[in-house]
Design a binder for this molecule. Sequence first.
Ligand code: AMP
Length: 594
Amino acid sequence: MLYSRIVETYTKIEATTKRLEITRLLVELIDATPRSIIDKVVYLTQGKLYPDFLGIELGVAEKLLFRALTRVTGQAESKAATLYKKLGDLGTVAEQLLKDRTQVSFQRKAPTVEEVYNVFDTIAHEVGQGSIDSKVRHLTTLLGKASPTEAKYITRMALGRLRLGVADMTLLDALAISLGGGKESRLTLERAYNRSSDLGYVARTLATGGMKAIESLKVTVGRPIRPMLAERLSEAKAILEKMNGECAAEYKYDGLRIQAHVSSNGTTLFSRRLENITDQFPDVQQLLKENLEGIAIILEGEAVPVDPATGELLPFQLISQRRGRKYDLEKTIQDIPVAFFPFDLLYADTIDYTDRPYLERRERLRKLIPKNERLDLSQQKICNDPEQLDDFMQEAVADGCEGLMIKSIGRDSTYKAGARGWTWIKYKRDYKSEMQDSVDLAVVGAFAGKGRRGGTYGALLLAAYDKRNDLFRTVCKCGSGFTDEDLDKLPKLLEKYSVDHRHSRLDSKIEADVWFVAGLVLEIVGAEITLSPIHTCGMNSIRPGAGLAVRFPRFTGKYREDKSAEDSTTTDEIVEMYRAQLKKVTENTTVEAA
Ligand code: AMP
């Protein structure tokens, strides 16, 4: 299949914001794709070459693309640089340069999808001496065969910035319609995706083995499972009602979630975002190796920094020092060791435990995990009384935890990969009348700073995630809580998310100076949630024409790098928080009046 066929779809996708239309365009593309390359077409459309968990990134440096474009088009690098300044997107620059090119190859042989994919694949694996020249050579040859529009997408893809805004769920819809026999198979496909975290693999399995192969797709050691997520509630009584009167309450440790895959081939650790973080936690790897050797197993737990002298749990932030610090990792491990608290079992004894109820998973986990200084099952208690829950909450907080994770023990208590549901509920210590609890919001825009903040951002536009519509909706503009160090690093941190227009998955009535694809997630606290005419979060859910906003928002200093944008606090949660707040105010007023 010619790469131009894919590009035709991309161009149309970029011209619309309607999800149904995007789905239709993808269905047409999948229909036209030979089955043998379906996975490649899916990965390319996601702007990648492999599933994220393999950590193989394309990310060619801009200067290499400048070099390749100059060679292909015979135009001066200075012209490319000027155009880039004006247009802000190297893809559009490539398109323009190719249109204006002085050297035109008359033997242009339009590239195929395989060819484009293979060139990218070669580039992604090239390292060491001579790799830069080789990458430029490969790009030059490929761009030399491309049309201006193809060059636009090849350039964006090479930079790791395709950003079509096609959500995984939309691709699943399209796969269901095109190859799965209809929309009804979408849920089964989603389940397969949640258990493999790999859309290309799902597409390939579907194309070769049909829905039968999808239905029998099992979890595999080494392939991360998308994590189950929790809803939140602020009162013990309401929580118990949701849990039909009885539940398991576990300490909610304030650390880093790790999904560990252990087998005779070694141990792999995945973050909540399914990045491979094995190298950052050789101590956790060692702990599991020593204690679980010989068993193929997938489990989840929380790694929490501990004081080596007292064994007390320390703040989560200390763990982030491990990230990106390759060289003094050994020292950090000595100074701030971690303890690991497994809380769920997903696979063991060749059995897929995700389909088993909570109590069975827990019991098997209990038998597997020996207790020692650095490894212990999460603290847990079965509760059926609100007071009992609150007492256990006090214990958890006294032991340095954030609160409790409440888990259903009913028949519905299977491990729901990739889903947020009421079988897990967060119950944090600071859910009070005021909004003392934090929210995790995605950065979707920024406003230029003035005065002391010249050259950086004065405030950020933040959004919550509307899961039902797969959109981000703004909830506040936040300029407080940032240290000078934060302000310095924000433009760099946000650079890779920058787009030159409001993104199609963002609902905003506010015009920002700079726009971003939702990617970076920050923890924010505020005074309360208020009704707002300008923010779009929860629009019309409380009052017609009004959305909800966080009042007096402040950055807590926590970059939630462990969360993807879709893991941000949801718009439904913000609506729920507003309602809880309202209820509390009403109750307090009634007490005062009495
Ligand atoms: P949050 O990050 O506030 O959305 O809360 C959910 C997170 O709590 C999970 O992703 C885990 O990292 C963490 N957590 C801590 N203790 C537990 C536990 N016992 N069970 C499940 N999750 C836990």
